[in-house]
Design a protein around this ligand. Structure first.
Ligand code: 5AD
Ligand code: SF4
Length: 344
């Protein structure tokens, strides 16, 4: 299909109206034009390198009760774990020394055991490995974020999930959308590279609302955007909802690349869960990052945000060889540096 005018313009201006975004989200006939446009913009602004981040899921304990998430506190079926500081550092060491990751992503539920007093020495220890550290541990105070920054954290991931406040408050009982946004603002003030993002295909979410999300993320000038399909989890209140919006997630991600041309965009695990080549497809529709899971042993299966995720039987070794080969097979190469977002 020929590229429509407004898409051709967006490649240069990185602007799209809400109506244009809704058009792109709702019309499969634009897919080819959209995906090739996003791929071109990705190539031009961030090149062919695919940055790998080693993901450590160090605790599945969470005080929150998000309706969509398998780690929600009311899910009593889930066996909970919390790695010891030594285990976390050992996994990080292996990810760096044996597998060559240049970024370690430390993710957990909102587990109050990890206070600055406990987490700072872990960060300091990992920092000695000469890696970039990304934290993804939820909503904390300005002071706590500051403490982690000083201890060596460079980046922080906290998805806004949706900018539809009513939807957010329905799905995240007891939480406040304004406070979550404040977290993004605080992280930016503290000099973190800030990652955010959304889920696509949430019950009650409209195309208009996804368009608002994209414009919000653009407006916030975030450094990274994780966009993945919502996948219903059987042990949550949303178990009978539809979700699984693979194509719509891809479109959303591709539009994000047009709006924020030089940021880091991961090909998300949720996309791979819905399609055997989901991440490779995403890399060809605007993404430039993959976050292989380096969590080992029983813990891997227990970090079940959504079903099917744990079944990705991928070891750190597998990540470097099989994913590496697949990246090269599509004419890309594995990033050699830290893969930071350098704001233009
Ligand atoms: N399906 C897809 N993504 C999910 N997340 C949580 N639960 C689900 C689900 N059921 C995502 C949220 C969260 C991130 C860590 O995982 O966006 O921010
Ligand atoms: Fe906890 Fe995050 Fe899951 Fe919400 S999405 S229940 S905050 S782990």
């Amino acid at each position: 299909m020929q590229r429509p005018d407004f898409l051709q313009k967006a490649i240069i201006s990185h602007q799209l109206s809400k109506e244009e975004i809704v058009q792109l989200l709702g019309n499969p006939q634009y897919d080819q034009a959209l995906f090739t446009a996003a791929d071109e913009v990705r190539q031009k602004f961030v090149g062919d390198e695919v940055h790998l981040r080693g993901l450590i899921e160090f605790s599945n304990i969470c005080k929150n009760n998000c309706l969509y998430c398998g780690l929600r506190r009311d899910n009593l079926k889930l066996k909970r774990y919390r790695m010891s500081p030594e285990e976390i550092v050992a996994l990080a060491r292996r990810a760096v020394k044996d597998f060559g990751f240049k970024t370690i992503v430390m993710q957990s539920g909102e587990d109050l055991w990890f206070t600055p007093e406990r987490l700072k020495p872990i960060l300091a220890e990992i920092k000695k490995l000469d890696v970039a550290i990304t934290l993804s541990i939820g909503e904390k105070s300005f002071e706590e974020y500051k403490a982690y920054k000083e201890a060596g954290a460079d980046r922080y991931l906290i998805r806004i999930e949706t900018t539809d406040k009513d939807l957010y408050h329905r799905l995240d009982p007891g939480m406040s959308w304004d406070e979550r946004k404040e977290c993004l603002v605080n992280l930016g003030k503290l000099g973190y590279e800030v990652g955010s993002g959304i889920m696509v295909g949430l019950p009650g979410q409209t195309l208009e609302s996804i368009a608002d999300d994209l414009l919000f993320l653009q407006d916030m000038q975030i450094d990274m955007a994780g966009i993945g399909p919502f996948i219903p989890h059987p042990d949550t209140p949303l178990k009978d909802e539809k979700g699984r919006a693979f194509e719509l997630s891809l479109r959303t991600m591709a539009i994000m690349r047009l709006l924020l041309p030089d940021i880091n965009i991961p090909a998300t695990t949720a996309m791979e869960t819905l399609h055997p080549e989901g991440r490779i497809i995403a890399l060809q529709c605007g993404a430039n990052v993959i976050m292989p899971n380096v969590t080992e042993g029983e813990y891997r299966q227990l970090y079940e945000l959504y079903p099917g995720k744990a079944a990705l039987n991928e070891t750190p070794l597998h990540s470097k060889t099989s994913i590496g080969a697949r990246i090269e097979a599509i004419g890309r190469k594995i990033g050699t540096g830290y893969g930071s977002h350098k704001k233009l």
